[in-house]
Design a protein around this ligand. Structure first.
Ligand code: GLA
Length: 397
């Protein structure tokens, strides 16, 4: 299967507008865009108050939106990805089991909770992001909804981080996924050709420029089902919480999160932590130092070192955190032997979805073809690869 060509933001905007007019028989009043994200380093560190290094993508969700006064108030939403129109009540919104509507609906509920009075809202949604691949199409949908609503209704918070927090609350409390802030932060704060660093404990962040422009980002989607709602993510969180509690006892001081444990002190007492909790904690503690090393490498413009750290991160997911799988391991191992490859790992929750690969731009086409051909001789479902660049964060168009 040849590498896919993704529609541009302009193409998505044209389609969103056209579908809006067809669905709602009027012209939209706002157009917004929010990107997907890839986790470069800092796997499962966010809800442990640790560090993350990520990028926003050019691949994104684009929404054409409008408002109207109806009684009772409702959200009408068309999604081209799901080829489906759903209308949901806004008076006392309730989640619809397993539906994509919960992301925009949850955001609207949080906006109203934050003091913005909502009219009825219409949305026409387009996306160039694969769903279920670990590139956060859901956070992109949340942020694009928030941007469109703020654009039409005003009330944008003074602190931009509050917008990311609001969208995370929508996902935690309405959709029911106990995620950290990585996805929403990255989708909102992204900047073209920049890596994002976040300290999830203090929410201080930085943008680090790309060492050189000849870098391609290749997403290799295993299409192994990746669903965070099914409990694996929550189980990993629980192991991290157990380890945090136990380390507090062993170190005999308050340990609010794994971020407060240094690697050396951990290594001294780790044998007294229950095995599964210990392995999860070791992954997180080592990931935190890898993020800091990655930031230093980027400051030195040393992309090769960043690539090595990504490979270490993947091995740690495989051996310590237990959130890789055969398909992801195959992708990373195979990619490592191909010309132009700089570094790669699983991205996000794990257990399937995609790997992120940093590849020299000149080799990116051949890299995708060779990776796909090796994959296709081993697995039945063909590999989907996508080449993208580091893009800007959520915005009104
Ligand atoms: C998912 C979650 C994030 C983060 C990653 C793992 O993407 O949504 O909050 O925990 O997994 O780093």
């Amino acid at each position: 299967m040849p590498p896919e060509i993704s529609p541009s933001c302009e193409q998505l905007a044209l389609r969103a507008r056209k579908n809006y007019e067809e669905q709602f028989e009027t012209a939209p009043q706002a157009l917004s865009r929010a990107p997907g994200r890839l986790e470069i380093l800092g796997n499962h560190t966010d809800y442990n108050n640790g560090y993350i290094l990520s990028i926003a993508l050019e691949l994104s969700v684009v929404i054409a939106a409008g408002q109207e006064e109806t009684s009772p108030r409702r959200l009408g939403a068309w999604s081209s990805t799901f080829n489906e129109r759903i209308d949901a009540g806004l008076e006392e919104p309730a989640p619809l089991a397993g539906s994509w509507i919960n992301y925009p609906l949850g955001v609207l509920r949080e906006l109203e909770r934050s003091g913005i009075r909502l009219p009825s809202i219409n949305l026409s949604i387009e996306s160039s992001l694969p769903t279920g691949a670990g590139v956060s199409s859901s956070a992109a949908l949340e942020l694009a909804t928030a941007e469109a609503a703020y654009g039409m209704l005003g009330g944008r918070p003074g602190d931009p981080m509050e917008e990311a927090r609001l969208c995370r609350r929508a996902e935690n409390d309405f959709v029911g996924v106990p995620c950290g802030i990585l996805d929403q932060f990255s989708s909102l704060f992204g900047k073209r050709d920049h890596f994002l660093f976040l300290d999830c404990g203090t929410l201080e962040y930085d943008r680090l420029s790309l060492p050189d422009s000849g870098l391609a980002i290749v997403i290799a989607d295993s299409r192994v089902k990746h669903a965070l709602i099914d409990g694996q993510y929550a189980r990993l969180r629980a192991h991290c919480a157990n380890a945090t509690r136990r380390l507090g006892e062993l170190l005999d001081r308050p340990v609010p999160s794994l971020r407060d444990v240094g690697l050396e002190e951990f290594l001294e007492c780790r044998d007294e932590v229950e095995e599964e909790d210990r392995k999860r904690a070791e992954h997180v503690i080592r990931e935190n130092s890898r993020v800091l090393s990655g930031v230093e490498a980027l400051r030195r413009k040393d992309i090769v070192r960043l690539g090595e750290l990504m490979l270490e991160s993947h091995s740690s997911s495989r051996e310590l955190f237990g959130n890789s799988c055969d398909e992801l391991d195959f992708l990373v191992e195979t990619a490592s032997g191909l010309p132009g490859f700089i570094g790669g790992k699983l991205s996000g929750g794990g257990f399937g979805g995609a790997t992120v690969n940093l590849v020299e731009e000149d080799s990116a086409g051949e890299f995708q073809e060779r990776l796909a051909s090796r994959w296709n001789s081993r697995f039945a479902a063909p590999l989907r690869t996508l080449q993208t660049k580091i893009g800007d964060g959520a915005q009104l168009l």
